[in-house]
Design a protein around this ligand. Structure first.
Ligand code: NAP
Length: 299
């Protein structure tokens, strides 16, 4: 067990450091990580979303984002569409294919077509087994679950699951968890969309399902709410230095969360977002205070 894993297991990670990201050196600059339930594998708590830089094949920005991310021990990148290939290629070029954990979107189809997709992705990403294959299509994931399970049994894929945002899908995702069909779920949870904390996140935790959180900034709408507002003084009590970190630390304070996916095409924002992984996290009372504070800004 390395220092970061030791700190996570002993709970020290929550107070690991509050120094600005640039000031961190050596192992201190590596993100805290949480275990993928049911495994010994650790997942650093901040991930990258499907950035427009990856999707547009903007290799110079995409490369910068990945360098920053890898420098802080980041692993999870959500890769839909062409990102699965652009990020895969960059990962190979940086000799980082084994470090990255890529969340692939593979829709249900016939067995042969799915295997063709998987083979193309594995080649592009320099992997013998894909890390995670998931889909937005909740209904077909259940209907064709045998296909997904077979991908695991054949050693083509390590984890399977679903990725969807929107409260209207929470109940369907809950039944997939209850029926033992998913290793990972990806769902929305944030200050402006906190509903999944009521049932879905505790259910995932109780059933040993890993949770990736999407829409931490509601695709940018959160910044319209906080723009021009002073960060409250008490944000310093949990080592929060920006409004982005205010949202991310709220999310990470939920113990069911394995990793939060942050989308940006701006390297400065990537550094800001990674900073949320360090230092203290809010306790339950402070989370309530944060919700109240944000609601007051809306009304
Ligand atoms: N499977 C699904 O159904 C599903 C649905 C939604 C999302 N997702 C996944 O979740 C990821 C994140 O969700 P999202 O798309 O809703 O995006 P998001 O991460 O909630 O918000 C992205 C927006 O926030 C801005 N931003 C990011 N960091 C910032 C910072 N530190 N300061 C100021 N602005 C910042 C970005 O602009 P800049 O580029 O200028 O930084 C962008 O406009 C997606 O990329 C995707 O991988 C999946």
């Amino acid at each position: 067990m390395n220092r970061r894993e030791f700190m996570q297991y002993t709970g020290i990670a929550a107070v690991a450091t509050s120094a600005p990201l640039a000031a961190l050196a050596g192992e201190d600059r590596l993100l805290p990580a949480r275990p993928i339930p049911g495994t010994d594998e650790m997942m650093p708590i901040i991930g990258l979303g499907n950035s427009s830089a990856f999707r547009a094949d903007d290799l110079s920005v995409a490369s910068k984002l990945l360098d920053i991310f890898l420098d802080h021990g980041g692993r999870y990148v959500d890769v839909g569409g062409s990102s699965a290939f652009s990020v895969g290629k960059l990962g190979r070029e940086k000799n980082a294919a084994g470090k990255l954990f890529l969340g692939n979107y593979v829709d249900p189809k016939d067995k042969a077509a799915m295997r063709e997709d998987i083979a193309a992705l594995a080649k592009a990403q320099g992997k013998t087994m894909l890390d995670l294959v998931h889909t937005r299509n909740l209904r077909e994931f259940r209907a064709q679950h045998d296909h997904y399970r077979a991908l695991k049994e054949e050693g083509l894929v390590r984890f399977i699951g679903i990725a969807r945002s929107g409260g209207e899908h929470h109940e369907t995702i809950a039944t997939l968890i209850e029926d033992g069909l998913v290793d990972f779920i990806q769902t929305n949870y944030s200050l402006l969309e906190p509903e999944s904390a009521d049932r879905l996140l505790p259910l995932a935790s109780d059933n040993g399902v890993a949770v990736n959180i999407n829409r931490p900034f509601i695709n940018g709408d959160y910044f319209s709410v906080v723009r021009g507002q002073e960060l409250p003084d008490w944000a310093a009590e949990f080592d929060c230095q920006s409004w982005a970190q205010f949202s991310l630390k709220f999310i990470l304070a939920h113990s069911a969360v394995t990793c939060v996916l942050t989308e940006t095409a701006n390297p400065k924002h990537a550094i800001d977002n990674l900073g949320a992984g360090f230092g203290r996290l809010p306790d339950t009372d402070t989370q309530r205070r944060m919700l109240k504070h944000i609601r007051a800004l809306i009304t």
